[in-house]
Design a protein around this ligand. Structure first.
Ligand code: ZN
Length: 372
């Protein structure tokens, strides 16, 4: 079995996912390496701040440089210099979120125009399985149909039907030895459709399961409520992946509801806005109050940025749009989320997750008041 639960605390779980490139302790935050890179960071640095598994984007790598090129050069691990686990998405999320580029969706697959050059392209379950095989992903994801929040229920039902149809086909498509395959349940926050989607996908017996179609613009309370009843419907002995959440508060909420894996671009996107995620709240380094601040970004952080540089220096770099500023903030923000996740895991192991979460949320909320 590729997944083992090692401790539970309420619905929250700690565990280990075993992959061809090593073990991943869960809960696990997966930094997103969209185009074969986590923006501005070297894989050695990713390791140093505690990354255990990276997410790669099938859509982008398919078109640039091409999965055939990556395969010729030894696969994505070798190509990007990362020898630890990689999960690749199916590319479906990009296709369905770039809605203007969709030409046609039918039971066989989806035809769209590439965002790079407008050329016609088509994804089918069999093709995304092939692409993820060429990339050499440790964990591959099924092609699914993810709709934005508020989609009409007839459209949602059709997305659930096709997602199951495609999952069944991809389940039986050829796969490289050792590659794990996760199924994805859709259905937004609709109780009947979400339940149906989970039942149909779980019946296909995947190595792990994702809740897709959440965190797509719906109300946050509704998203957490859906997670609370949907996560326990997934098998206990398989990893559960919440697609697309990476803010500190959100991570704590989904872990409490039984989620083991999650990904998000928030750490690097926040860095690009000149902000640092800290236990003292979100710091906007552009603010003049940091001009002579000699303290590190976060007193409670051991990342390279905090070990060696002051807020005043990072602020200077950000204001001058120096690349080092972006790199230091990206490193720090990643470290913050990975450390938060690691502490959540330790709290689950101690049977103290509720107290840990309560204290963490209080610190983050108090800081927000102070920062505003
Ligand atoms: Zn730091």
């Amino acid at each position: 079995m590729s997944y083992e639960v090692t401790a539970t605390d309420g619905e929250a779980r700690a565990g280990v996912l075993r992959t061809a490139h090593g073990d991943v302790p869960t809960p696990a935050f997966m930094p997103v390496g969209t185009k074969g890179t986590v923006k501005t960071l070297d894989p050695v640095e990713l390791r140093e701040v505690g990354t255990t598994i990276l997410l790669g984007n099938t859509y982008h790598l398919r078109f640039r440089p091409g999965d055939d090129v990556v395969a010729e050069l030894g696969g994505l691990h070798r190509f990007m210099g990362w020898d630890a686990p990689i999960l690749t998405d199916s590319g479906g999320f990009q296709v369905f979120s770039l809605r203007d580029t969709i030409v046609a969706v039918d039971d066989d697959g989806v035809t769209f125009r590439s965002v790079y050059d407008g050329a016609a392209a088509r994804f089918t379950p069999e093709l995304v399985a092939e692409i993820q095989a060429r990339l050499g992903a440790d964990v591959a994801m099924c092609l699914d149909i993810c709709l934005p929040a508020g989609a009409p229920s007839a459209e949602l039902a059709e997305a659930v039907r096709r997602t199951s149809l495609w999952a069944a086909r991809q389940r039986h498509a050829p796969r490289p030895p050792g590659q794990l395959l996760f199924g994805i349940a859709q259905g937004a926050a609709d109780p009947e459709l979400r339940r149906r989607s989970i039942e149909e996908v779980v019946a296909l017996d995947f190595d792990g399961y994702a809740l897709g179609g959440l965190s797509v613009g719906e109300d946050r309370d509704e998203m957490f409520e859906t997670t609370a009843w949907a996560a326990p419907l997934l098998p206990d002995d398989r990893p559960r992946y919440f697609m697309g959440i990476g803010d500190p508060e959100g991570v704590l909420e989904v872990v409490e509801r039984g989620i083991d894996m999650f990904d998000g671009v928030l750490p690097t996107r926040t860095a690009r806005t000149g902000s640092a995620l800290t236990w003292a709240g979100r710091l906007n380094l552009r603010n003049a109050r940091f001009a002579r601040d000699e303290r590190p970004l976060d007193d409670d952080c051991s990342c390279p940025a905090c070990a060696r540089f002051s807020r005043a220096y990072v602020r200077h770099l950000v204001n001058q749009q120096e690349l080092l500023g972006l790199r230091l903030l990206s490193l720090h923000n990643l470290r913050f989320l990975l450390e938060l996740t690691a502490r959540a895991r330790q709290a689950i192991e101690r049977g103290a997750f509720a107290a840990f979460k309560h204290e963490a949320l209080e610190r983050l909320a108090a800081a927000r008041v102070e920062a505003s």
